[in-house]
Each structure stands twice: as C-alpha cells, then as structure tokens.
Design a protein around this ligand. Structure first.
Ligand code: FAD
Ligand code: NAD
Length: 504
C-alpha cells in the first residue's frame, strides 16, 4: 500500500469525524462533565458519563498524521500500533522458522515494511474513527483543542483551528492528559537516527543494527518487532537486574528466552553519550567500570514515561501535586479539589491503558453516587513479546516482603499436549499462595497466550479464591489452560503430569 493510500484512509476517518458534527457543535458552554484528554482514560469516562445521562464534553488536542484524533497514546502511538507490528513481524518469523516442522514448504518468504506500516495505520484510523463515532452516538461534544483547568471548575479551550478560545463550566472535571516519553541528555531524540517509541513505530526500512536504551516493556516489544524482521538488536539497560519489578523466576525465564532469540541484552549498561554521524549513532556506555562504545544504524530511547500536565493547570486551581510531580489523588481518583478527578498515566500506579479506563469509569460512577472502586491489587501486566509475559497479584518476593508465609507451584508448557501439538512449549505458569490460608496471591505466566491466560488468575484473585478452588475445577482437555490447573495442583505437590510422589 502506498503512502497516498494511507493518507486516504486517515482522511476518510477525519471526514467521518467532521460529518459527525460533534467537533464544533454549538453549546452554551455548560456541562455536567468536562474531560481533558481523549485517551483510553478520558474517552471511556466520557462515554460512561453519557450513558448515565450527563451532558459531556471531551477536549483532545492530538493531531495524528494530519488529522485530529481521539484515542490518546494507546490508540495512536502506543498499544494498538505496536501490537499491529508485533503481529505482522511474528507471522513473518513464524512462517520462516516454524512451518517446516509441520511439513509445510514455503519457498522464499519476503516481507514489505510499507505494507505492514499501512496495515498498522489503517487499524489506528479505524479505531480512532470508531471512538469519534461512539462520541457522536452518545451525544458527547468533542472540542478539538487544548484544555486548561481554571479555578471554580471552569475549563478554557484553545481550539486547534486558531479560533478564539472559550471557557466552559462544569459540575465535574476529569483530568486525563496522559504521559510523554522521558528524554535523557545522553541520547537526545532527533527523530531520525535517535527516536522514541513513536519514531520506532514509523521505520520505513529495517535498520541493520538497532540499539535500544532501556530494557522495559517498550524496549522488549519494539526490539522484538525489528529483530524478527532482521535487525541485529542490542539492548542497554542501566539496572543490573532484568525486569526488576517482576517475579524473579518469571524475569529469569524471560531473559533466557529473549537471549535465545538473538536479542543481545546488556545489563548494568549506563549510557554516557551518543554521537550521530552520517554512518549512524555511536553510543558510549559504562559497564562494570569499563567504558564501551557500540555503533548502530538507529537507536530507540525508551527509559520510561512521565505524567504530562504541560499548561494544564492555571495557577489558582488549588490542585495539589505529589513530590514526583503527579496530580495527587486518593484511591477514588479525587484530587484536592471537590469535583475534579484525575486518572490514568497522569496519576500514581502503573501506566497502563486498562488501568486508565477503569479509573475513568470509577470517577464517573463516583460522581453519579455509586460506590465503584478499582481493585489496584489485580491490575494485570503483559509484555506482548513471543512468548508473552504476564502477571497479576504478588510476586514471590513481594509476597514474602509483605509478611506472607508462602507456598508456590509451577508447571511447564513443555509437557502439555496442546502446547506440544501447537509447537508452543516455552515457559510456565506459576502460582504464589499463602501457606496458612491457601489463598491465591499471584499468578505469573510466560508462554504463548500468557496475556489471555493470566485473566484466569485475575478472576480468581477478585473472588478471593483459594488454591484448592482452582485445584477442584475441571479444565478442558487438551488446552493450554490445563497448565494453569497443573500449576495450582503443584502448589501442594499434586500435579499429575509431573513426579510429585510423597516419599516415606
Ligand atoms: P493518553 O493515552 O496519553 O491520552 C491522553 C491524551 O490527552 C493525549 O491524546 C493527549 O494529546 C491529550 N492531552 C494532553 N494534554 C491535553 C490538553 N491540555 N488538552 C487536551 N488534550 C490534551 N498500555 C497497555 O495497557 N497495553 C499496551 O499494550 C501498551 N502498549 C504501549 C505501547 C507504547 C509504544 C506506549 C508508548 C504505551 C503503551 N501503553 C500500553 C501505555 C498506554 O498507552 C497508556 O497507559 C495509556 O494510553 C494511558 O491512557 P491515558 O488516557 O491516561 O493517557
Ligand atoms: P519502563 O519503565 O517499562 O522501562 C524503562 C527501562 O529503562 C527500565 O528498565 C529502566 O531501568 C531503564 N532505564 C532508565 N533510564 C535508563 C538509562 N539512562 N539507560 C538505560 N536504561 C535506563 O518504560 P518504557 O519501556 O519506556 O515504557 C513506558 C511505559 O509504557 C511503561 O510504564 C509501561 O507501563 C507502558 N507500556 C506498557 C506496555 C504494555 O502494557 N505491554 C507496552 C509499552 C509501554
């Protein structure tokens, strides 16, 4: 697909937004709820509020590929485009490496980056256009511009089209302006040789050598995309520990799998400087006291994200910030000002789309008088690599640190019939349980479909399940989920497809 076609797709989405008549709908400027930011947190909040009968406005300033766009980081430059490229590159790698074992001969397998990118862009346009349609159907007014909270729950809107700003008044306001990538002086993004995650989603060709600064979620996901397509990938991680916040067993297995795939992951590697030339980027870093330099075609900087509140608050709003510069909120996302809520990446907690979404719904239902509460103990984390890495609840180390006497069980996919049939034998499921009460505390999965499988653990934790509850359930055969059952059984040394006989 050519660039022209991509633009056409984007324009089609844009015209449907304009024809919806919501972008510049005439209003009296008074709303039950004004949401600033139309990412997953903000747009879900707006829709839920409209369902509850509120008169809602959402202000979103993003212009994506020349078109005003709802959906925030997640739909435009985050979750969705990264997963589109992950899927395309996985299909390519799997076709090249996995089919021969099934007796399938493919001949020369080639790929076209432009087609992959166009497919990704079309998915983004479809989804962001879909949010605009949902806004129209729910009677939500979308102000295409920048919002600023003023005192007294008033919000100033500066339109993208340069027309005069206006002031809206609201009974309630939700701040949902998300986050932006952290920049480091040692590797300044130039949108050419040195890019952030947004730039790394737009490569027009596969870099022969790719340096990644930061072995976090973005580094591993986008590193996987370009490695599968042929880049020689080196990841420079400042910490000595790989994925330090995860269960250690899970992180160790993930490191082993990624290294096996050819990703060169250097831990304790502190980047000191970068130098861009016509040949590429040379990166100087220190590791175990030695100074080293590597040369790359391109470098992705992905060292975390920080809350984005630029120009969001007038001086006299009374909104308190935390020491780390986040908007200070309580467990219900209420700020220090009555009727003003803040959600998503802008506030404490993991920077995840589903966390932002549920906070948006909670804030709206709270203003409606309901007692909705996000359970922060059961927010799932997923790294969408192959194998996927997913977790919910407490790691073994965190459970011990919290004072639990624990018992753990683990079961590998390697001996599961369905995993063998599918050729997806890497990884395991691990449970952490309280030894005294038998209550499940955490589930950790690395393997094919881990991101879906981990929801079984989330539901179990939500219902305060015991390990025995899972042990007594019947799991369909043959499924990958049988590994979940066996892992729960193995917590008490009674997995069937492992030797766990009690010795006298
Ligand atoms: P955002 O999505 O950032 O939306 C905030 C919006 O507010 C933006 O569109 C911005 O333009 C707008 N805005 C800011 N200031 C103003 C203003 N003053 N006026 C008007 N509008 C304003 N999370 C997952 O859960 N799963 C994933 O697979 C995943 N993959 C990711 C991949 C990448 C490459 C990246 C970068 C992130 C990924 N994330 C993922 C994280 C996820 O995108 C964020 O956690 C999520 O988007 C946060 O939602 P939000 O609504 O808080 O903010
Ligand atoms: P991250 O916090 O996941 O990882 C950043 C890594 O960079 C850390 O390991 C950190 O030690 C390292 N680092 C920091 N400074 C460094 C330096 N100077 N040199 C070398 N390494 C350095 O951040 P990210 O990968 O940029 O992702 C940002 C956010 O986006 C995350 O919080 C994540 O929640 C979200 N995200 C989620 C998903 C998903 O849910 N699948 C995907 C992508 C992004």
């Amino acid at each position: 697909m050519t660039d022209t076609t991509v633009t056409d797709i984007a324009n089609a989405a844009s015209s449907s937004v304009d024809s919806a008549g919501t972008a510049h709908a005439a209003t009296d400027g008074k709303f039950d709820l004004v949401v600033i930011g139309g990412g997953p947190g903000g747009y879900e909040a707006a829709i839920r509020a409209a369902q509850l009968g509120m008169k809602v406005a959402c202000i979103e300033k993003r212009v994506h590929k020349g078109v005003p766009s709802l959906g925030g980081t997640c739909l435009n430059v985050g979750c969705i485009p990264s997963k589109a490229l992950l899927d395309s590159s996985h299909r390519y790698e799997s076709t090249v490496h996995d089919l021969a074992a099934h007796g399938i001969t493919t001949g020369d397998v080639t790929f076209d980056v432009a087609t992959m990118q166009a497919r990704k862009d079309a998915i983004v346009a479809q989804l962001t256009g879909g949010i605009a349609q949902l806004f129209k159907g729910n009677g939500i007014t979308w102000f295409q511009g920048t919002g600023k909270l003023l005192a007294g729950k008033q919000v100033e809107v500066t339109p993208l089209d340069g027309s005069a700003s206006q002031v809206l008044s609201a009974n309630n306001v939700i701040l949902a302006t998300g986050s932006s990538p952290i920049n480091i002086p040692a590797a300044q993004v130039d949108e050419n040789r040195i890019v952030d995650s947004t730039g790394a989603l737009e490569f027009k060709e596969v870099p022969a050598t790719l340096g990644i600064i930061g072995a976090g979620v973005i580094g591993l996901e986008l590193g996987s995309v370009w490695r599968r397509l042929g880049s020689e990938v080196t990841v420079l991680e400042a910490q000595d520990e790989f994925l330090g916040a995860l269960d250690k067993g899970l992180a160790k297995e993930a490191l082993k799998q990624f290294k096996k795939q050819g990703m060169d992951i250097q831990l304790g590697a502190k980047v000191q400087s970068t130098q861009v030339s016509e040949q590429g980027v040379s990166v100087t870093y220190t590791q175990a006291g030695a100074e080293k330099t590597l040369q790359f075609d391109r470098v992705i900087v992905c060292v975390g994200r920080r809350a984005y509140a630029e120009g969001l608050l007038a001086d006299d709003t009374g909104i308190k910030l935390t020491e780390r510069g986040l908007i200070d909120v309580n467990d219900q996302c209420q700020t220090s000002v009555e009727g003003v809520y803040a959600i998503g990446d802008l506030v404490r907690g993991p920077m995840l789309a589903h966390k932002a979404m549920e906070e948006g719904v909670m804030a709206v239902e709270r203003m409606h008088g309901e007692a909705t509460q996000v359970n922060y103990d059961t927010i799932i984390g997923v790294i969408y690599t192959a194998p996927e890495v997913a977790w919910v609840g407490l790691s073994e180390e965190a459970a011990v640190a919290k004072g639990h006497e624990i018992k753990t069980g683990q079961f590998a996919f390697a001996v599961n019939g369905r995993a063998l049939a599918a050729g997806e034998t890497q990884g395991f499921v691990k449970f952490v349980s309280d030894a005294k009460t038998d209550r499940l505390l955490g589930m950790h999965v690395i393997g094919a479909g881990a991101g879906d499988m981990v929801h079984q653990g989330m539901i179990a934790l939500e219902f305060a399940a015991s390990t025995e509850d899972l042990q007594l359930m019947t799991f369909a055969h043959p499924t990958l989920s049988e590994v979940v059952h066996e892992a729960a059984l193995s917590v008490d040394g009674r997995a069937i497809h492992a030797i766990q006989r009690k010795r006298k």
